[in-house]
Design a protein around this ligand. Structure first.
Ligand code: FES
Length: 349
């Protein structure tokens, strides 16, 4: 077997939590419905900085679940705290969990030399795609008995088919030993027809013959949490609730955790943000490189005076102050965030 040598890699815990609202909730009066939605939004906002949390609605796409919360965290304890908080709300009394999938990011054991090695997807960096198509996945045990080279060939074919649909992006997480399935796959895309065509074509691939189970399939629509709650029906959350509260700053880390020269990936609402301490000054930009999917919190500062950040994958360089690309492949600027200190807290907004 010619598996890639394992080495210490940063992994993330990933949870797909599907929720179903009990019909009795819709009989509550409008004021109560509104209060419950607002409490739910406030409760989850408390986790800003600790994990990436993307809300999706499945209203209109499935009958057995209504919402999905895609959660990406650094540890299991955070995922557990989110779950406890959800079911401690008043709305939580009316929610059920028809499906739940837990996984971790991990480097593929297969080699794809035509892909840059940096494309190993150990960090989830979601795009702004409108849709997420999710399903648990189990392979037949015969697959694992095949010689590694044969599996590699089948995976090469799989990847080549995927390349024909560049607007569809896959996020694979591994569940071996952690949950019932072997993988959870989540495809991002803006066109359900493209995804349908891709899946049909993959059915003819060699690897597909070794699929044991790849259902249920969930078609999820991305939106803010308040918007997702409003798809459930009942009183609508006012527009003011959709924005951030107060001055918009959120505590994301302790200054003592981020000495000069250090960087850290934090989470602000649905976004991953990279925070840097450059000579005692703090900067924050979107964590996902605009060229590929690199996590910029793992990049390095190559010029402290002008605050130039180098991407760890292909060497693209960005001005941390403006977010603008200054060298290499990226052409699109990074989103920048305001940063301030309050005591030992670093706040980003
Ligand atoms: S991912 Fe290519 S330069 Fe950052």
């Amino acid at each position: 077997m010619t598996e890639r040598k394992s080495h210490k890699e940063k992994r993330q815990l990933v949870r797909f939590l599907f929720l179903k609202l009990q019909p009795a909730w819709r009989s509550l009066d409008a004021a109560e419905q509104l209060e419950q939605k607002e409490e739910f939004v406030r409760t989850l906002k408390q986790f800003q900085g600790r994990l990436l949390l993307r809300p999706y609605s499945l209203m209109g796409t499935r009958g057995d679940c209504d919402l999905m919360l895609w959660q990406v965290a650094e540890d299991l304890e955070t995922l557990q705290a989110v779950e406890t908080a959800i079911f401690s709300t008043r709305l939580g009394r009316y929610l059920e969990t028809p499906y739940s999938y837990l996984g971790m990011t991990k480097r593929s054991i297969y080699e794809f030399p035509e892909l840059d090695s940096g494309e190993d997807r150990t960090i989830i960096s979601p795009s702004d795609s409108r849709y997420l198509f999710v399903y648990p996945f189990v392979k037949k045990r015969e697959w694992y008995s095949l010689p590694f080279e044969k599996r590699q060939q089948a995976m090469n074919q799989h990847v080549l088919i995927g390349r024909k649909y560049p607007s569809i992006r896959i996020n694979t997480t591994y569940s071996f030993g952690l949950d019932d399935q072997e993988f959870v796959v989540a495809f991002e895309g803006d066109d359900p027809a493209e995804f349908l065509d891709l899946v049909m074509e993959l059915r003819e691939s060699e690897a597909s013959a070794y699929t044991e189970r790849d259902v249920p399939v969930f078609t999820c629509l991305q939106m803010s949490l308040a918007e997702a709650l409003d798809t459930l029906g009942g009183a609508s959350v006012p527009v003011a609730e959709l924005g951030t509260e107060g001055d918009g700053f959120v505590a994301v880390a302790k200054a003592s955790e981020l000495p000069p020269g250090a960087s850290k990936r934090v989470y602000l609402g649905t976004e991953a943000v990279a925070v840097f301490n450059v000579g005692g000054n703090y900067y924050a930009v979107s964590d996902r490189c605009t060229h590929g999917r690199a996590s910029l919190s793992e990049g390095r500062i190559v010029d402290c005076d002008s605050c130039i950040l180098e991407c760890p994958w292909h060497g693209g360089r960005f001005d941390l102050k403006s977010g603008k690309p200054v060298a290499g492949p990226p052409v699109v600027a990074l989103r920048t965030y305001r940063v301030k200190l309050r005591g030992d807290q670093i706040l980003v907004g």
